[in-house]
Design a protein around this ligand. Structure first.
Ligand SMILES: [Ca+2]
Ligand SMILES: [Ca+2]
Length: 500
């Protein structure tokens, strides 16, 4: 939300800004938008700390701005899903403000309170317990201490969550991206987590028994409305865990970070994940290489090389699954690093900076450590070639935008047939046109000589895709093959898509 398009020059993206860019998104061929949190929040964690589930944060506009945005998106055949955070609330939330007043406050059991903390750790590092002096108890926070975990074993919390979901469904959203949804504390606080070497194994604090029951309630609430969609963020690196949450009565699709956040480029590793998703997922897997929680795809996997990035994008748009594009990926936006602690907005970056200092590291070393974990690097303003972020780059930025600002400007990229943007547009248009690429099953999915290749078919048609990360090679096509995109002179980091 804060980085996409700023309509009033205050340095933050807003609904009027996004609305003004809907033509651009339609032109790109985008069919859906996932909005990161826009509800009222002190933004300790990029808005994932909601203070009021019924109010739009004034930084982004008001309900009328939201309504216009939604109407204009729908007019362009673009669906809109919103981030929904149900694991925790901001400690500024009225529920928490009430809960901490006294032990017998009606809101007390909305959260999790203990006389003595156990060994559970915060995701950001350190203990997951914060002492409250008013009532002499600790409350549980899986994330920052300004974000208190909701107590999902309290039926009132379940009711509140349903009310919130219905409010936004009534407002017209097409679905939700459910934040850390397998972290819901549905079964209270049980035993200490076991330790392995110096690391905690998250045996009891996530994937609690009761999470599926909670998901069922969420899904049936959403299913009462027509044609809605749920994608779940599941914090797990085990496909066995992921796959059990994806079903008709739980979540439509889930993010698989084994694929999405592959840390270094390897065609074999990418292929293995595609194969693992094909074997394990009953419905479509999700396909993405970028998000607000990880470094920019082009830096992380493509060595800054636009051809390599385009080849990776080919997989997202043509393999079996639901593709997600992170804003700016289509123009090759790169990481922006903070040059000091003051430039870091992300709680994760700041926490790691402080942890490094407390371990005796120098400020320079702490900055390196902070930047490594700082998620701001992929959250910099969309590089529009107009005045939206003018002045933003230095004085007003919530992170400093580096000197590369505007090198990749959208208007130039639109004209350049070799640009990432041009290729994204072609690939998305092809996907939108060909049902095989939307619904087709795999007839074949293979990997050899650093080439990933697959054939997909649907209603009697079939399309073959070869993405070559190996040496240049000339492909021999079947006789009646019709090339849809690419070239049979298959250079390194290029692709071919053809119909038989
Ligand atoms: Ca603004
Ligand atoms: Ca929780």
């Amino acid at each position: 939300m804060p980085s996409y398009a700023d309509s009033n020059g205050d340095g933050y993206g807003d609904f009027k800004g996004i609305t003004s860019k809907l033509d651009y998104l339609q032109d790109l061929g985008i069919k859906g938008i996932w909005l990161t949190p826009f509800l009222k929040s002190p933004k300790v964690d990029n808005g994932y700390d909601v203070a009021d589930y019924y109010e739009i944060d004034p930084t982004y506009g008001n309900k009328a701005d939201f309504d216009i945005f939604l109407k204009e998106a729908h007019k362009r055949d673009i669906k809109v899903i919103m981030d929904m955070v149900l694991n925790h609330t901001s400690t500024d939330c009225k529920w928490f403000q009430e809960a901490k007043k006294s032990k017998d406050n009606p809101y007390r059991d909305y959260y999790i309170w203990k006389d003595k903390p156990n060994n559970w750790e915060s995701f950001f590092g350190g203990t997951a317990w914060e002492f409250d002096e008013t009532t002499n108890q600790y409350f549980y926070h899986k994330f920052d201490k300004k974000m208190a975990d909701l107590n999902w074993s309290n039926p009132k919390v379940v009711d509140e969550a349903q009310k919130v979901l219905r409010f936004w469904l009534d407002a017209g959203v097409d679905g939700f991206r459910l934040d850390v949804i397998n972290f819901l504390t549905t079964d209270g606080i049980t035993k200490d987590n076991p330790m392995k070497d110096e690391n905690q194994i998250h045996l009891y604090d996530i994937d609690q028994s009761g999470v599926k029951e909670a998901m069922k309630t969420i899904k049936s609430t959403v299913n009462a409305y027509e044609n809605r969609f749920i994608v779940g963020e599941i914090g797990s690196d085990k496909i066995e865990v992921l796959k059990q949450y994806q079903s008709e009565e739980l979540l439509d699709v889930v993010f698989n970070f084994n694929f999405g956040s592959i840390p270094i480029f390897s065609s074999e590793r990418i292929f293995n994940e595609l194969q693992s998703m094909e074997k394990n997922m009953s419905n479509y897997p999700t396909l993405f290489f970028g998000s607000h929680d990880m470094p920019r795809m082009i830096d992380r996997l493509a060595d800054g090389n636009p051809e390599k990035a385009t080849a990776l994008a080919t997989l997202i748009f043509t393999a079996k699954g639901v593709p997600f594009v992170y804003y700016g990926e289509e123009i090759g936006m790169q990481n922006i690093l903070a040059e000091s602690l003051e430039e870091m907005m992300d709680i994760q970056g700041k926490t790691h900076y402080q942890l490094a200092l407390s371990k005796g590291k120098t400020p320079e070393q702490a900055l390196l450590e902070g930047n490594k974990n700082n998620r701001d690097k992929s959250r910099s303003p969309m590089q529009w070639n107009d005045n939206n972020f003018a002045g933003f780059s230095i004085e007003k930025s919530w992170i400093k935008v580096g000197q590369d600002y505007k090198i990749n400007n959208v208007e130039d990229l639109k004209k350049d047939k070799k640009s990432i943007f041009y290729n994204y547009k072609e690939l998305i248009a092809l996907r939108n046109k060909e049902k095989v690429l939307q619904y087709g099953k795999y007839d074949r999915l293979g990997h050899k000589d650093n080439q990933i290749l697959y054939t997909r078919s649907f209603e009697g048609e079939s399309i073959t895709v070869i993405v070559n990360f190996g040496d240049s090679v000339k492909i021999k096509l079947p006789k009646k093959a019709k090339i849809l995109l690419g070239n049979k002179e298959l250079k390194t980091n290029s692709f071919i898509i053809y119909k038989k």
